[in-house]
Design a binder for this molecule. Structure first.
Ligand SMILES: Cc1cc2nc3c(=O)[nH]c(=O)nc-3n(C[C@H](O)[C@H](O)[C@H](O)COP(=O)(O)OP(=O)(O)OC[C@H]3O[C@@H](n4cnc5c(N)ncnc54)[C@H](O)[C@@H]3O)c2cc1C
Length: 338
């Protein structure tokens, strides 16, 4: 296995931050993990897994070893009349997996088209978009347990998926390296086009009969028109999660701010769009030095070029303070701060 020193992470994080890792190893098979974690030379070195780097913010150089997840492979495990169970190597590109499924006629992940990164990272925060979350098709995953060196299987219920959450961001943080993700996809897809502008976009595309391809393309078109492309301007998608507040508190906010949008989750809680809160505090499109808030989507913090992770952190804290001051709501970050 090739181990590189002083490895530039600039092309490997979508914020485009110019940082290095002391060491980098490419993980192409599970045996590479065994070799590293058992090696006298590298066993005690601090390590982190990196997929596509589309959900991380490096605040400094990484003083340790980056394990670049590159395990490939797509394998059909089981096929029935209605569904198919497919196993994907953790280093496969998520969007390519979506395109593969769409092409084959397997439904369930078409609304998650164009999300950057690897499939191995997808369960970490239960990726979601346009009314669909990974958990709806997730069957199981295989992971290397760092402490024991054993391979462990996690089924859907073991992952305790929630909104941008899994057990791997909670109790099992930094304990496992995901090597395979198994999804159950539908051979008789039902379409979910009620969210956002999917329906309108399909109409404007002139689509008369729904197909996996047309829904996927509609999502791609919407995303390309709304979200900044990391190849053009550094970003990691939504920087903050949408906060969830108690209904009573939301009602009191609505009395003060008539326009405040909210999505009632149940009898107790309401989800509030963080982008609206940030926009109301005057942050949308603001630039501080080399970093700023995107001018079309207030939830996205950007690196205009040459920015530092610390500048982005400082900006995010200023935003958190003003949202807290104005609305009394704490914004939590979605991006993993390293
Ligand atoms: C333009 C843009 C749009 C986005 N839109 C969305 C969206 O709509 N919905 C959404 O949910 N997310 C979105 N994201 C966030 C991001 O794409 C996802 O979270 C994605 O799953 C991250 O994958 P990655 O491979 O880049 O992970 P990385 O950024 O490389 O890693 C993320 C975290 O997971 C850990 N990790 C990665 N791989 C493994 C593994 N195999 N085993 C153990 N730990 C691992 C890393 O250590 C890190 O803590 C967007 C990002 C961008 C830049």
């Amino acid at each position: 296995m090739l181990i590189e020193e002083n490895f530039s992470l600039k092309p490997h994080n979508t914020f485009g931050l110019d940082v290095i890792a002391n060491l980098k190893a490419s993980i192409e098979q599970t045996e590479d993990l065994e070799e590293l974690f058992k090696s006298d030379k590298y066993r005690t070195v601090k390590k982190m897994v990196l997929g596509g780097g589309s959900n991380v913010l490096f605040t400094r150089n990484f003083l340790g070893m980056v394990l670049k997840m590159e395990i490939q492979g797509v394998e059909v495990m089981e096929e029935g009349d209605d569904s198919i169970l497919v196993s994907f190597g953790a280093g496969e590109n998520w969007h390519q997996c979506v395109l593969w499924a769409v092409e084959k006629g397997y439904g369930g992940i078409e609304n998650l088209s164009l999300i950057p990164g690897t499939i191995g990272a997808a369960p970490m925060q239960n990726i979601g978009a346009y009314g669909v979350e990974l958990k709806e098709v997730f069957h199981s995953l295989e992971a290397y347990e760092i402490k024991t060196g054993k391979m462990v299987r996690f089924f859907n219920e073991d992952c305790k998926f929630g909104y941008r959450y899994s057990v791997f961001k909670g109790a099992q943080r930094d304990k496992y390296i995901i090597t395979k993700v198994n999804l159950r996809l539908s051979k008789k897809p039902s379409f979910n086009i009620s969210y956002g502008a999917i329906k309108e976009t399909l109409e404007s595309m002139g689509v008369e009969e729904l197909s996996l391809k047309s829904v996927s393309q509609a999502v791609i078109n919407i995303r390309q028109s709304k979200l900044p492309d990391p190849a053009q301007i550094g970003n990691a998608g939504s920087f903050f999660k949408n906060p969830v507040v108690e209904n009573g508190y939301f009602d009191s906010l609505r009395a003060a701010f008539e326009e405040i949008p909210g999505y009632r989750l149940n009898e107790e809680f309401t989800k509030v769009p963080a982008a609206w809160l940030i926009d109301q505090c005057g942050w949308k499109g603001k630039r501080l030095g080399n970093v700023g808030v995107h001018d079309k989507q207030a939830l996205v913090l950007v690196n205009h070029g040459g920015g530092k992770g610390k500048e982005i952190i400082n900006l995010s804290m200023d935003i958190q303070k003003s949202v807290q001051g104005t609305f009394g709501i704490q914004l939590d970050t979605e991006v993993n701060i390293i």
